[in-house]
Design a protein around this ligand. Sequence first.
Ligand code: SF4
Length: 361
Amino acid sequence: MVNREPEKSEIRDLSFEELASYLESIKEPPFRAGQVFKWLYEQGVWSFADMKNLSQGLRSRLDQDFILKPNTVASQVTSRDGTTKFLFDLADHQKIETVLIPTAERVTACISTQAGCKFGCKFCASGLGGWERNLTSAEILDQVLHVRGVVRGLPPEANKRERRLSHIVFMGTGEPLDNLANVLKAIRIINSPQGLNIAARHITISTVGLIPKFKELAEQGIQFELAVSLHGYDDASRNVLMPINKQYPIKELIAACREYIKRTNRQVTFEYILIAGLTCTDKAARELGRLLRGMICKLNLIPCNPVSEFGHQPPTKEQIRAFTNGLDAVGVHYTLRRPRGQDVAAACGQLRALARKSVNT
Ligand code: SF4
């Protein structure tokens, strides 16, 4: 008969309540959960042995029952504008990407939620290799902890203020609403004062528009931001870029967003990619204005990053100006975003796709 050791789980897959109930089951006092959480998320230690205010017995027990292991950094590149992109190699050798985006006002981590993606948006390298699996909440949190560690090591800003990781956006590889349970578990820890203590309003979940999940999101009672990838102004234009539109057409999506706004009393941000001749035309500006007029929303315009597989071209400055003039004419407010990190393939999924190519050639 073969005696197999029971498989150990990752300690960062436990919520605070789950950790507290585990500690209670091994007869530890209730305050231990707060101490262990502090070591994991405030201090960010990578070994139970480093949890100095726990007894030796408890440290050994934790080591016996759980894994505490960071994702391996496979590569890291920093662009001229300071954007740093990390490629992580997970325990099963799936590769995921995380991006650190420092600006004068904020320091943002862009986090992946799945290894690969099944939604195949036609401007995004992440969908090119298909979907592999959901990330665990530990793998999601690990990305945040890694970026925070890098940010803590950055020199202070010119005004001597310490830099701190201030914003989290779930806009990396994968669709967060397709892995909602693990994403929400991670968000609760990111947001919790006992965890990473990042304000809910500084956490953004981005979705292609999985309408059936909107109700569940609205019921969470956490004030995070919701960003919806619109990227089209009618079914015809959105179908070209987002296959999901065939399942959830644009009018249903906008109706679901209106309902979400009503339920939560919070605005929605729409992300809209600008592609020459496709989404950045006079007609597009008129129709987009008509679609969003009167909604409590923000509109982010993002000139596309060229991804060679798709052949989309970013619009010229003049084309962008004509488009924004069209939005001004119908009274829709917008923010024009600057594509970042182009010299390090910072568009979603590009580094992972390059890694896959180099393995396959
Ligand atoms: S944009 Fe998001 S949902 Fe679409 S293919 Fe890329 S990772 Fe997937």
